[in-house]
Design a protein around this ligand. Structure first.
Ligand code: GLC
Length: 532
């Protein structure tokens, strides 16, 4: 229950904000967002009240997977600007009390990274063993039955050397061999490079997959109890994912982080099916990740019973001293305003109230604060290789990556008028930052009030969580000593009892400032924070 040492307050009590840099703000009119664009919006982010930004990759990339295929871990891709721009973002952020986290992609590199270019030269190449190579099976086929997350065999034959290399994602994203000490040393240097520049931490891409079974054993067949994606692949990912040795690597980085003042944050993309598996990434609570994204929660329905059950299990099983993270959207999953709320404003506010009032650090994805929905994407607009491959069965991840609508001006304030952004804008005339800033009843104004309330109330920022009894389809919980959060997550009005004090935050602004004492009628899809 303890909130943790003082050095943790800034991030435990803070709200984080994920930026997908290519779609945030285009400063030079090339249709792509960039670092100077982010800098130009720092005042907005500081006013919103966020403590830190996590930037999806801005390092050099040929963009087969839009930055998640890295060709140089220690330089900025020219699409986004320069190292000087990054340094300026860090220092301008610091002036406003907003810290910067980057994305670390350790599972794989781009096939154009010099390490892989060298590895491909032949079996004796200096970097050969930095990647996962294996001889063909006796029939000449792939060494085992592993399937890529993005479809097809995870192995690609390299004709000149007569061996296969492993790629758990795109063919152009060869997996690194984390059994090799040289790879570990290289990444120690990479994390130090950024942390020495004042970067506050990393979100670590697919950190549960980094290391694979040393014997490259076949995965067992999937059963009907396995998640749908594994059933479709026909195999359960046992040997190419979630290996116990990944934790050694996280402990190694945590030891490096702990030598910094303040310690640098390690936030993991822990896309695992079970909460028990997620908990393992916290180690003993102090020696692995500071936080792991909870995909069980992300994938849950916006439903009081299921969400409360997940939160209660997290509260009961999180290692002592560890801290949860809560998020509803990111660049890989449909935005919460679409997936959870079906575009309905009342549901968006409830979802935001949950994220911002639970015990744990909320991560908003750019646009969540204005209730931005997924963009309509036509086949001709597609930029995500996965969408291109699986269209129309799966439309890929472009809908949640459309540009940030800053205003109703032509170009939505994202790119200058007349410039076609890399992905189409989502209906900026109807939903945009500038209009919502002016409107006290907008989703944005609600989000700002919620973040401000959270920073002004120790219970909400750092207090304990406990569920309280409440009627069906409602969720009522106490934070700390004197703050109660009540949500009606149904289509009908509901009465909750036992709420006493003043309403300090409400999805319906009219209710703020009112006193309640006992039974309170709550409108469908509404929420209240009551403080004694
Ligand atoms: C992570 C990223 C995703 C990327 C994949 C491969 O899941 O979030 O965008 O495609 O890793 O790097």
């Amino acid at each position: 229950m303890a909130a943790g040492p003082d050095e943790d307050r800034w991030w435990r009590g803070g709200v984080f904000y994920q930026i997908y840099p290519r779609s945030f703000a285009d400063s030079n009119g090339d249709g792509y967002g960039d670092l100077p664009g982010i800098i130009s919006r720092l005042d907005y982010l500081a006013d919103l009240g966020v403590a830190a930004l996590w930037l999806s990759p801005v390092t050099v990339s040929p963009n087969r997977d839009w930055g998640y295929d890295v060709a140089d871990y220690c330089d900025i891709d020219p699409d986004f600007g320069s190292l000087e721009d990054l340094d300026r973002l860090v220092s301008e952020g610091a002036r406003r009390d907003v810290r910067i986290l980057l994305d670390l992609v350790p599972n794989h590199t781009s096939d154009q990274h010099p390490w892989f270019v060298d590895a491909r030269r032949g079996r004796d190449a200096a970097h050969r063993n930095w990647y996962v190579w294996a001889d063909p099976a006796p029939d000449g086929g792939p060494p085992n039955n592993w399937i890529s997350v993005f479809g097809g065999s995870a192995w690609e034959f390299d004709e000149p050397s007569g061996q296969y290399f492993l790629h758990n994602f795109e063919l152009q994203q060869p997996d690194l061999n984390w059994w090799n000490g040289d790879v570990r040393d290289a990444f120690d240097a990479i994390v130090r490079f950024w942390w020495d520049r004042g970067v506050a931490g990393f979100r670590i891409d697919v950190c549960n997959m980094m290391i694979k079974d040393a014997r490259l054993r076949d995965n067992p067949p999937a059963t009907e109890d396995d998640p749908l994606d594994q059933q479709l692949m026909g195999v359960r990912s046992v040997y190419n994912s979630d290996r116990p040795e990944a934790h050694d690597i996280l402990r190694r980085w945590r030891a490096i982080s702990d030598r910094y003042d303040p310690p640098r944050l390690l936030i993991g993309e822990t896309n695992v099916e079970q909460l028990a598996t997620l908990m393992q990434f916290y180690g003993n609570g102090h020696d692995e990740l500071h936080g792991g994204f909870n995909f069980v929660f992300i994938n849950a329905a916006l439903d009081a019973t299921s969400m409360r059950a997940i939160v209660e299990e997290v509260e009961a099983t999180l290692p002592d001293g560890a801290w949860p993270l809560w998020t509803g959207s990111n660049h890989d999953v449909s935005r919460l305003a679409t997936r959870w709320a079906g575009g309905e404003g009342a549901k968006v506010r409830c979802a935001l109230m949950i994220l911002l009032c639970l015990r744990g650090t909320p991560f908003l994805y750019q646009g969540d604060e204005i209730g931005l929905t997924d963009g309509p994407i036509d086949q001709a607009d597609l930029r995500d290789a996965v969408g291109i491959r699986f269209w129309p069965y799966y439309k890929g991840r472009d809908p949640q990556r459309t540009p940030m609508p800053w205003s109703h001006a032509p170009g939505g304030g994202f790119s200058p008028a007349g410039v076609r952004p890399w992905l189409p804008l989502t209906d900026a005339a109807r939903r945009n930052v500038a209009d919502q800033v002016e409107d006290p009843d907008s989703v944005l104004s609600f989000t700002r009030r919620a973040i401000a309330r959270r920073s002004g109330n120790e219970d909400l920022a750092l207090g304990s969580y406990s569920s309280l009894d409440s009627p069906e389809d409602t969720w009522v919980f106490q934070r700390g000593r004197g703050t109660v959060v009540a949500l009606n997550m149904s289509d009908a009005a509901r009465e909750t009892s036992g709420l006493r004090g003043s309403i300090t935050l409400a999805t319906d602004r009219e209710r703020e400032g009112h006193q309640v004492d006992g039974v309170v009628t709550m409108a469908p899809w509404s929420g209240l924070v009551v403080e004694t």
